[in-house]
Design a protein around this ligand. Structure first.
Ligand code: ZN
Ligand code: ZN
Length: 142
């Protein structure tokens, strides 16, 4: 079970709704990042569970197997999806097997942005003051 907290800067009132570090649920794992370009905190998706077909169930003949493999490979995103999009992904019915795919730490607003991991207690991305965390989680997710 992952948790999203509200972090607030006591000086400039900047607010962020993020995990506040590394966290994960059944389908998604995130790491909170500080982006130098956005001057904001984001939850970056670092792992995503995707449907997976075991080799023995991939069918025959070889041609069909190959085209299915190609389709599967192309459906794996190269960039991590935004966190909320990853959470709201529809899971295809009848999927019995899955695997994790991993992503590098990237800003969801731009893959070229420079980011660093952010873990509470840590600084406000706007003014550098230590941010305060709301005790109660804002959202629980899977
Ligand atoms: Zn601030
Ligand atoms: Zn950014």
């Amino acid at each position: 079970m992952g948790r999203t907290f509200v972090f607030e800067c006591p000086k400039c009132q900047y607010r962020a709704y993020v995990a506040g570090g590394a966290d994960g649920g059944f389908h998604v794992a995130v790491q909170t990042i500080l982006c130098q370009q956005c001057k904001e905190l984001h939850d970056a998706v670092v792992r995503l569970r995707v449907p997976w077909t075991p080799p023995l169930q991939r069918g025959w003949p070889v041609q069909a197997t190959l085209s299915r493999l190609t389709r599967q490979a192309s459906s794996v995103p190269r960039h991590p999806p935004p966190f909320l999009q990853a959470l709201n992904r529809l899971w295809p019915r009848g999927v019995r097997h899955s695997r994790w795919i991993e992503f590098p730490l990237l800003c969801p607003k731009g893959a070229w942005h420079s980011v660093r991991p952010w873990s509470r207690p840590d600084c406000c991305p706007k003014c550098g003051v230590i941010m305060e965390q709301n005790a109660l989680p804002y959202r629980l997710w899977d």
